[in-house]
Design a protein around this ligand. Structure first.
Ligand SMILES: Nc1ncnc2c1ncn2[C@@H]1O[C@H](COP(=O)(O)OP(=O)(O)OP(=O)(O)O)[C@@H](O)[C@H]1O
Length: 340
């Protein structure tokens, strides 16, 4: 069942154009001009109950703007978001009972009071029944290890502790949907892993739908069954990760060391002319990323052996980081990029 429906969503911002220098500042005072920024450009998708969806894209792609419209903080310029039939910005009071939100860059908790008291305030704000509050607090404290710092003021917490406290606070009222904006930003590997395990467990045991923005591709690989990639406000890809890897033609990588540096650039040119994968050159090392369904490592080696002496080589599976990085480098939307 579809729980979130986003249809032809647009968001534009007016940004002042600042004129240079003192004279410019004076002119701005009397005649300020604005440019229109299209942060989200005609986006549509549906999210089913219980899905974990990664919403990713390069800096400035429009991720946070979309999330802010989905949580009701921003009003769309055009198009619509409906969540369980509710329009978020029109029914914020009713709507917030159904969602949990964590912004990795800032906390929702009260800065100067201990975590335990912040949670108690949430209990009153959300009218959480006593037994639900007690059960959730016990459960989340266990998996998130809150007991060691629950009496500490939020401003004294480390980033990892604060993030765990924020996740707990976002879930105390049993929301159906959890929005996470960069939930693992700045955390060490151990805390990242704890947080991912926690999100997975909540999704599995409570069927909580999770929408997640991140720049950490391990979050995507470890958590998401589906990924939506946006760039310059438009959807570039919406589907699963294996399909994404296939579509962007790069599910294996070969690193080949050649004997002579001069040969390496010649081989690179030849491989590129024959459209054999994506080739990068570093000294005598060639890194070739290719689609296994189109060519295999033996064929590549054979093509190179005709041109140069190979000293060594390794074949590695291609990580999602690599796929996404090259996808972001792709020239433009709608040039051989399939949506859906
Ligand atoms: N309040 C605002 N006023 C003007 N422009 C804005 C505003 N908020 C966002 N933008 C612009 O909209 C575009 C999309 O921004 P957004 O924050 O949604 O990107 P993002 O994908 O979340 O980026 P990042 O990964 O860097 O957080 C950017 O060009 C940004 O400068």
């Amino acid at each position: 069942m579809s729980i979130i429906s986003v249809k032809n969503l647009n968001k534009q911002f007016q940004r002042p154009i600042r004129k240079e220098g003192f004279g410019g500042a004076i002119k701005d005072l009397f005649n300020r001009q604005y440019e229109t920024i299209t942060a989200v450009n005609n986006i549509s998708f549906d999210i089913q109950e219980g899905e974990i969806v990664g919403y990713i894209g390069p800096n400035g792609a429009g991720k946070s703007t979309t999330i802010k419209m989905m949580v009701g903080i921003l009003i769309p310029t055009a198009g619509a978001v409906t969540v369980n039939g509710i329009i978020p910005h029109e029914n914020r009071k009713q709507y917030t009972k159904n969602i949990g939100v964590v912004f990795g860059q800032r906390t929702q908790l009260w800065w100067d009071i201990p975590v335990s008291e912040s949670l108690l305030l949430m209990k009153y704000m959300y009218k959480i029944p006593d037994d639900q509050y007690r059960r959730n607090l016990e459960h989340f404290s266990d998996i998130l290890g809150l007991n060691e710092f629950k009496h500490t003021a939020v401003r004294q917490l480390s980033l990892g502790q604060r993030m765990r406290a924020d996740l707990c606070a976002a879930l105390m009222h049993n929301p159906q949907i959890l929005f996470l904006d960069e939930p693992t930003i700045g955390l060490d590997v151990v805390v990242k892993e704890n947080i991912r395990t926690f999100i997975k467990e909540i999704n599995r045991s409570r069927q909580t739908t999770v929408i997640l923005t991140t720049h950490d591709m391990a979050d995507i690989e470890k958590l998401c069954s589906r990924v939506i990639v946006i760039d310059r406000g438009q959807i570039m890809y919406d589907g699963n990760i294996p399909q994404l890897k296939m579509q962007y033609g790069s599910d294996e990588r070969m690193i080949i060391e050649l004997e002579v540096k001069r040969d390496a650039s010649k081989v690179k040119e030849k491989l590129e002319a024959s459209h054999i994968g994506y080739v990068e050159l570093e000294g005598t090392h060639l890194k070739i990323t290719y689609n296994k369904s189109e060519i295999n490592s033996t064929q590549i080696l054979r093509a190179i052996m005709n041109e140069a002496n190979i000293v060594d080589f390794i074949v590695q599976p291609c990580e999602i980081d690599e796929v996404i990085r090259r996808m972001y480098e792709a020239p433009a939307i709608n040039e051989g990029v399939v949506v859906g």
